[in-house]
Design a protein around this ligand. Structure first.
Ligand code: NAD
Ligand code: TDX
Length: 327
């Protein structure tokens, strides 16, 4: 797999080791977003971390010869970074995915591509619609446009070269091991540090939250039963606006629920994401386990409280970066 030292990738490694007999080779560049410590404590005879770039075709070729299937999580993943420096997003998300697809083609290996609901653009707050597998692509940011581009490469390699690939587009994940640049960990670690949470704009934007462990079980289900060439949307009916999430973090940590600041909004900020995961549920029989967002959020807050050594080294730099942007 690729990107296994990142947030969702490391949750997937923990899930695979805890729930299957498989062994995993992780190819990860260990960028600022990757952390070998996220794989600490896992059995060394079943998890091997190889530091390297998914755009390094010689390394990728060598590793494809050693595995049965590849799950591709590696990406530049943060919208705000893509607004300030888009280039790494093109290199990793487009050229990196192309490099992996060429290896999947050469070695004739099963390939699963991890993508995002952001490829579909956004919905209005009062729109009853949700994204489905047939929603037209309409990405807004440099990040989401490179993810959309990578999805289209996968579809073309399936059709033109017969690569045995599937794609999943998931909604916003939360859980342990998420970088403090992202919304929920940023606000949790702000509260733990006595800093007021920062809401972009009015805080009305809606995200459809799913626990990272549910994302992992969905990906295993697709690897097991998914139909080659198909796309599956992954979501757990978790729509919440950002203001509600911040108020919940403040409430469960015993703080006044209005103790947050409104800061400069993100340019081009998508208003609402919402996933209809009927296809995955009815055709492949998947259901999420974490149906109670407040309970999942409390467990996540406890994890950040107990693992300050994991997030503290990145915190000051992230806050200095946001402060320089008025956020
Ligand atoms: P992340 O930024 O936490 O982790 C990305 C990982 O990829 C890091 O370990 C990093 O070191 C590695 N990486 C980056 N460039 C690389 C390269 N060139 N070669 C090898 N490794 C490289 O990201 P995440 O939030 O865990 O997202 C993982 C995947 O899931 C991404 O493809 C993302 O688009 C997708 N996704 C994320 C979310 C979400 O809510 N975070 C939702 C839907 C889909
Ligand atoms: O400090 C903040 N304040 C704030 O209000 C930050 C960091 C974010 N926000 C808002 C912006 C979004 O409306 O919170 C929401 C979530 O922001 P992010 O955590 O940056 O996530 P988002 O932009 O929704 O993208 C995430 O979900 C889809 C992942 O980062 C992507 O990789 C994934 O594709």
């Amino acid at each position: 797999m690729t990107g296994g030292a990142g947030f969702i990738g490391s949750n997937f490694v923990h899930h695979v080791i805890g729930n299957t007999d498989h062994s995993v080779i992780v190819l990860d560049k260990l960028t600022y977003a990757g952390n070998a410590a996220s794989l600490a404590g896992l059995p060394e005879d079943r998890v091997r971390l190889v530091q390297g770039d998914i755009a390094d075709s010689a390394l990728v070729d060598e590793l494809f010869g050693q595995v049965d299937a590849v799950v591709h999580y590696a990406a530049e993943s943060h919208n705000d970074n893509s607004l300030h420096d888009p280039r790494p997003f093109l290199d990793t998300n487009i050229v990196g995915t192309y490099t992996l697809l060429e290896a999947a083609r050469k070695h004739d290996k099963r390939f699963h591509h991890i993508s995002t609901d952001e490829v579909y653009g956004d919905l209005e707050l009062d729109d009853p619609a949700r994204f489905t597998e047939s929603t037209p692509y309409n990405p807004s940011s440099p990040y989401s446009s490179t993810k959309a581009g990578s999805d289209l490469l996968v579809r073309a390699w399936v059709r033109s070269f017969g690569v045995k690939a599937t794609i999943s587009n998931c909604s916003n994940n939360y859980g342990p091991y998420q970088h403090v640049e992202k919304f929920i960990p940023r606000q949790i670690t702000n509260v733990l540090r006595g800093i007021r949470p920062k809401l972009y704009g009015k805080g009305e934007n809606v995200r459809d939250w799913i626990h990272a462990d549910d994302h992992s079980s969905a990906v295993l289900t697709i690897l097991d039963k998914g139909v080659i060439g198909e796309t599956y949307l992954i979501g757990a009916d978790g729509e919440k606006d950002n203001k509600t999430v911040v108020e919940l973090i403040l409430a469960v940590t015993g703080n006044p629920t209005d103790a947050y600041d409104h800061v400069t909004d993100r340019p081009g900020h998508d208003m609402r994401y919402a996933i209809d995961s009927t296809k995955l549920r009815t055709e492949l029989g998947w259901t999420p386990r974490y149906q109670d967002f407040e309970a999942g959020l409390k467990a996540t807050i406890d994890w950040y409280r107990e693992n300050e050594h994991w997030w503290a080294p990145a915190k000051d730099g992230v806050e200095a970066f946001y402060a320089s942007k008025g956020q």
